[in-house]
Design a protein around this ligand. Structure first.
Ligand code: ATP
Length: 443
């Protein structure tokens, strides 16, 4: 849902796309064949940033809690799963064609429903048709009905269909959650805005199962928890907000949904949805599979179908938001310094080891420092170009600390550590380096 926002910055979009290509965050997929539209590959730096976003989510949702367990469910599933979930019938977007230029659009995302944004023609749209967003393929060598399978359009159904398996094996009881990170696929009508809306993307979803009378309080809890996650990782509080849905936006089974939104260059748009889904999902699967899906309290034999609170976030979209939020240009000595002020926990490289020159005298000590640091932190090693240029390269990808090995190092067994944000430098003994880094690089 995009609307005008006072702090949206339209120029930022091109800067991020350029930086992504130039420094190896994100590449167009199949670029050597002309590119496959709206599909992206994460390069050497991007894969680290994306992984750190996912790791931080997992750490806060699973590792630091004893009421959430993890899952990694399959991407392919048979039609009954999607019949029960409602996706076969309802996971559709309204598709309109412009009769003038033949472009296709998602009707609910048009700024003006009577004017084609491509050719400007008025009243040229066809009647809206429901277009199912699921990718269908077939399992095994034979095509046709009976062999159809779908690529999941969300990770959530794996948590619902495995609810009894997890309940019976994990010794958890409501309130407890199941979390999953993984790829999802949607045949979006209008993908775009770089990695914001793609046909293949990664989600971070958690289903939190609660006694029915506790649903509202847990819904409020998770709205707050999820907002705090973005803020704790350094997102500018002016660029992120929690927006409760109006009653006409709610799906029929949801008694409350809020979106975490970020100010993208085109305005406020969704990073994550937190929904109070009632018992809809478990009841649907129980009815369609003719299985009992419920919690039985062993102390008194009482039973109920848990209600579900679902925080559903996009990993790839969130990575882009952190990238945009961290992007800064500063003037230093009459030159523009581009610096990604990423939280160190998200930074692709935590440390860069930079021998002052490529001379053989420095290489063994610089290698020794790299070998000491690399087991603890993702570390880059770069020995070509002038040191100033190498600092700038590290600033551009958000490396919090650069460790320079110079000619004095050979004498005094100390290195210079430069801070990304302040550019201040400290001289640190090599045998103190790990504890110096540990103080500045939280997990
Ligand atoms: P929209 O209305 O924008 O199509 P949605 O409300 O259907 O999205 P959800 O089904 O709630 O999205 O998915 C949860 C999260 O997954 C979204 O908040 C978003 O971060 C991410 N996501 C959904 N679709 C895409 C996509 N096509 N590309 C990238 N991320 C996506």
């Amino acid at each position: 849902m995009a609307d005008a926002a006072h702090n949206a910055d339209p120029e930022l979009f091109d800067k991020i796309v350029n930086l992504s290509k130039r420094r190896g965050f994100v590449f167009q997929s199949a670029e050597i064949y002309g590119g496959f539209r709206s599909t992206y590959d994460y390069g050497p730096i991007g894969v680290l940033l994306l992984r750190n976003v996912k790791d931080q989510w997992w750490r806060s949702m699973v590792q630091l809690r004893n009421d959430v367990v993890g899952l990694d469910a399959s991407i392919l599933s048979p039609p009954p799963v999607w019949e029960a979930s409602g996706h076969l019938a309802n996971f559709t977007d309204p598709l309109v064609d412009c009769r003038e230029c033949n472009e296709r659009f998602r009707e609910d995302k048009l700024d003006d429903p009577d004017t084609c944004p491509n050719c400007g023609e008025k009243n040229s749209f066809t009647e809206a048709r429901s277009f199912n967003l699921m990718f269908k393929t077939h399992a095994g060598p034979v095509e046709g009905s009976g062999h159809d399978v779908y690529l999941r359009p969300e990770t959530a159904q794996g948590m619902f269909t495995n609810f009894m398996n997890v309940l019976n094996t994990s010794r958890k009881k409501p309130p407890f959650g199941i979390a999953q990170i993984g790829k999802s696929f949607r045949n979006e009508i209008t993908p775009g805005n770089f990695v914001f809306r793609t046909r293949e993307f990664e989600q971070m979803e958690m289903e939190f199962f609660v006694p029915p009378d506790e649903a509202q309080q847990w819904y409020e809890y998770w709205c707050q928890e999820r907002m705090n996650w973005y803020l704790d990782l350094g997102m500018n509080p002016e660029k992120v907000r929690l927006r409760p849905h109006d009653s006409d936006e709610l799906s029929h089974y949801s008694s409350g949904t809020s979106d975490v939104e970020f100010v993208f260059p085109w305005g406020w748009d969704e990073l994550e949805g937190i929904a109070n889904r009632g018992d809809y999902d478990l009841t649907q699967h129980a009815n369609h599979a003719s299985e009992r899906i419920e919690y039985v309290d062993s102390s008194d034999g009482s039973r109920y179908v848990p209600h579900v609170i679902e925080p559903a976030a996009g990993a790839t979209r969130t990575m882009m938001a952190f990238l945009m939020d961290a992007y800064n240009e500063e003037t230093v000595n009459d030159e523009t310094r581009t610096v990604l002020k990423l939280d160190p926990r998200l930074a692709p490289y935590k440390v860069a080891v930079l021998p002052l020159s490529k001379k053989d005298t420095l290489t063994p000590t610089a290698r020794e420092v790299f070998d000491m640091v690399a087991p603890h932190y993702m570390t880059d090693y770069d020995e070509t170009q002038a040191i100033g240029k190498r600092y700038r390269r590290q600033d551009e990808v958000g490396t919090p600390l650069c460790v320079t090995v110079d000619f004095e190092t050979i004498e005094d067994r100390a290195v210079t550590v430069r801070d990304r944000d302040t550019m201040a430098q400290d001289r640190v003994a090599i045998d103190q380096l790990l504890s110096y880094l540990a103080e500045r690089l939280p997990q």
